[in-house]
Design a protein around this ligand. Structure first.
Ligand code: HSE
Length: 317
């Protein structure tokens, strides 16, 4: 039986979700791929009595420089040291799978270049839209298209807040607390509510859709922290919902992009995307409009995307 050994950097919400799936669905995945996926090391600086003690280490080198590790899963979050760890892993010949939108967006060119130089896979499906297979669709089934436009609801926290404000008239700060407790929000929710997280995801989408890298800081970005109940009522009176939209389109051969609250008519498929759900609405010149929908945050949906990336590496063994 072929084996693929995995090291996880950071078994938090997402890394913990990936570990749970790899453990619970081990036999199913082995049956489908003919490869046994084994977690052999987990980097954590916290006490984790819920994880097997013999797998735990607090030394990154035990994973990054470990000849037994084939795939490094990076779920630490934040740009550094996560990006340096990923580069180090690739330079040691390891495939890298990550959910880390901030690091992928900030260091996209360096990370993809280093993966190519080392002939290893660098996969980041989980970084956009959690469990929704959006990046693999863009690079796979949709890749015969010239892409014309993308509109994404790609931040679960803000969509949850806007939904509760719209449907229940809830207070902004109370709903934010709720989203944090449910594990959708970032450690510092400023990046959710000010649109920075969505800008990171739009940067990644644009790189794949339009082969154009726009640094997240160059994307005109407005969050939802100033949206009031009155704004939501005014949109409703025009038959619209307010949604935080990561938007990019080709205009006269140029890519125009923004992250901002937009009024979406109730008849548009994106208006029906509620709570922590995400959706990415893509227009291609051949396929027309396609909408991919699902859970964009949380341990198991995001873990599912990570495991999907590991499986695609396993299938190439
Ligand atoms: N904070 C993010 C969100 C997590 O709310 O969508 C998933 O990237």
């Amino acid at each position: 039986m072929k084996k693929l050994n995995i090291g996880i950097l950071g078994p938090g919400t997402v890394g913990g979700g990936a570990y749970e799936i790899l453990t619970k669905n081990h036999d199913l995945i082995q049956k489908r791929t003919g490869v046994s996926l084994q977690v052999v090391k987990i980097l954590t600086r916290r006490s984790r009595p819920d994880l097997p003690a013999d797998l735990l280490t607090d030394d990154p080198d035990d994973i990054l420089n470990n000849p037994d590790v084939d795939v490094v899963v990076e779920t630490i979050g934040g740009i550094q040291p996560a990006a340096s760890f990923m580069l180090q892993a690739m330079n040691h010949g390891k495939h890298v799978v990550t959910a880390n939108k901030a690091a992928v967006a900030a260091e996209y060119r360096e990370l993809t270049k280093t993966a190519a130089q080392n002939n290893v896979k660098f996969l980041f499906e989980a970084s956009v839209g959690g469990g929704i297979p959006v990046l693999t669709s863009i690079e796979g089934a949709l890749s015969g298209n010239n892409f014309l436009e993308v509109m994404g609801i790609v931040n679960g926290t803000t969509n949850y807040i806007l939904t509760k404000m719209t449907e229940e008239g809830s207070d902004y700060s109370e709903v934010l607390k709720d989203a944090q407790e449910k594990g959708f929000a970032e450690a510092d929710p400023t990046s959710d509510v000010e649109g920075i997280d969505a800008a990171n995801k739009l940067c990644i989408l644009m790189a794949l859709l339009f082969d154009k890298y726009v640094a997240p800081s160059e994307i005109p970005t407005t969050g939802i922290s100033k949206i009031t109940g009155a704004d939501i009522a005014s949109a409703a009176s025009e038959g619209c919902k307010i949604k935080l939209i990561a938007h990019a389109a080709l205009k006269n051969g140029q890519v125009v992009c923004s992250v901002a609250p937009e009024r979406i008519p109730d008849s548009h498929p994106l208006a029906g995307v509620s709570n922590e759900f995400n959706a990415v609405y893509i227009t291609g010149d051949m396929v027309g409009e396609v909408m991919l929908y699902g859970k964009g945050a949380g341990a198991l949906p995001t873990g599912s995307a990570i495991v999907g990336d590991i499986i695609s590496i396993a299938k190439e063994l």
